[in-house]
Design a protein around this ligand. Structure first.
Ligand SMILES: [Zn+2]
Length: 401
């Protein structure tokens, strides 16, 4: 029996007046999700425990069957794994953003102008990170280049007794109150100061300024954590699985859990991602012997953060088309099971994640029977009275119920 999970990141939302008090999921034309609702099972699932922040990291761990309360160690270590860094258990991974700082003479008087240095290109960023590694004095802290502004520092025997602040939360603010200040983090502060001195007049930044772009004249550490230990997915569930996602974080979770990572050309993480390419890759993985595919689409979450209602609806409709392609091509099989859900809400009205229980719908060919429900959406899912908590219990039911 083949299993597929299609995860629409941040797809769930609240009713919106401009949509006649419907949610984007209610408003979107999505015949395939509705088909699953009509002949499958629907309910809600609590993917984010109350003790943790509602992030994609925590929520996707839950959906994959890992209790985030025990297994979540921070965002950066998951990203580090996806960059291909093999962490030691004594390492601390720290997200290192390339940022733009203002021009005040004294470091601590500066303002954080941009958390992503105008979304600096990966090529430019790689050169800057290599330059910093080469010029900064040797220490227990080493930088690794990721994509665009998102990089990683590995701190050998690093202390997790530090406090850092996500730079996207302090745009336009003076950095002074947000700098790491506990004594174990002195090396981090020193690195941030050194990096600014070295980067300010680097040729790449001088070119960027000439082109009217913000310079990447600073680094900012946050999101630290130790290496996560996830029991292998195959051992826990007895299934060989693949991950299809454009996002480092999801691929990092896959690597930690022993899922096979499939890279799809043109998978971008935004509205223009290669939906059909992802669906084809999923089918190929199943044909070639995988039991399970986790197909993650980032687009609805991005649209939610940007407050783009039309685009959020479009992204849901495209996920539905992808789903239709999957259903169409799996139909000839004796049996298969598929589930659609978001990891968390990203309401357009809030432009950030919430920890509300999310709606899920699952469909199994051999159990095709009218449910009496018409559509898949937040309100219908709540009305079924089926609620799964904690969220990591969901996948067990999906595989074995
Ligand atoms: Zn998410």
């Amino acid at each position: 029996l083949k299993h597929v999970i299609v995860l629409g990141d941040g797809m769930a939302d609240y009713p919106i007046e401009a949509l006649g008090h419907q949610t984007p999921l209610m408003y979107a034309h999505k015949p395939n999700m509705d088909f699953m609702a009509q002949y499958g099972t629907q309910g809600t699932v609590k993917t984010v425990p109350d003790s943790l922040l509602p992030g994609s990291d925590v929520a996707n761990l839950s959906v994959l069957g890992y209790d985030p309360v025990t297994h979540y160690t921070g965002r950066s270590p998951l990203e580090a794994m996806s960059i291909g860094i093999s962490m030691k258990e004594t390492d601390l991974a720290i997200r290192c953003n390339l940022v733009t700082l203002s021009d005040e003479e004294t470091y601590s008087h500066k303002t954080l102008i941009d958390y992503c240095a105008d979304e600096i290109s990966t090529d430019e960023a790689k050169e800057l990170i290599a330059f910093l590694n080469d010029t900064m004095p040797p220490s227990s802290l080493k930088l690794y280049a990721g994509k665009s502004y998102r990089h990683c520092a590995i701190w050998d025997h690093g202390s997790s007794e530090i406090h850092t602040t996500p730079p996207h939360d302090i745009i336009g603010q003076k950095i002074q109150t947000y700098l790491p200040r506990e004594s174990p983090s002195a090396i981090l502060l020193q690195r941030m100061r050194d990096a600014h001195k070295l980067l300010a007049d680097h040729p790449i930044n001088l070119q960027r300024i000439q082109k009217g772009l913000l310079p990447a004249n600073g680094i900012w550490f946050w999101g630290e954590g130790k290496k996560p230990i996830l029991p292998p997915f195959t051992e826990v569930h007895g299934k060989k699985g693949s991950m299809i996602s454009a996002v480092d974080l999801l691929n990092g979770i896959a690597i930690c859990s022993g899922l096979d990572v499939i890279q799809v050309a043109g998978a971008t993480g935004n509205l223009h991602t290669n939906y059909l390419g992802k669906a084809k890759a999923a089918l190929e993985a199943l044909e070639s012997g995988q039991d399970f595919v986790y197909l993650h689409v980032e687009a609805p979450d991005e649209c939610g953060h940007r407050g783009e209602m039309e685009n959020k609806i479009t992204s849901i409709e495209r996920i539905d088309t992808l789903l239709g392609f999957l259903l169409q091509n799996l139909r000839h099989r004796e049996d298969f099971k598929i589930m659609v859900l978001p990891d968390h809400y990203t309401p357009l009205s809030l432009r950030t994640h919430t920890r509300d229980p999310v709606p899920f719908v699952s469909y199994q060919k051999s159990k095709h029977a009218p449910s009496g429900l018409k559509t898949y959406d937040e309100s219908t899912a709540r009305k079924t009275g089926i609620h799964i908590e904690p969220g990591h219990a969901l996948i067990q039911k999906f595989f074995h119920a």
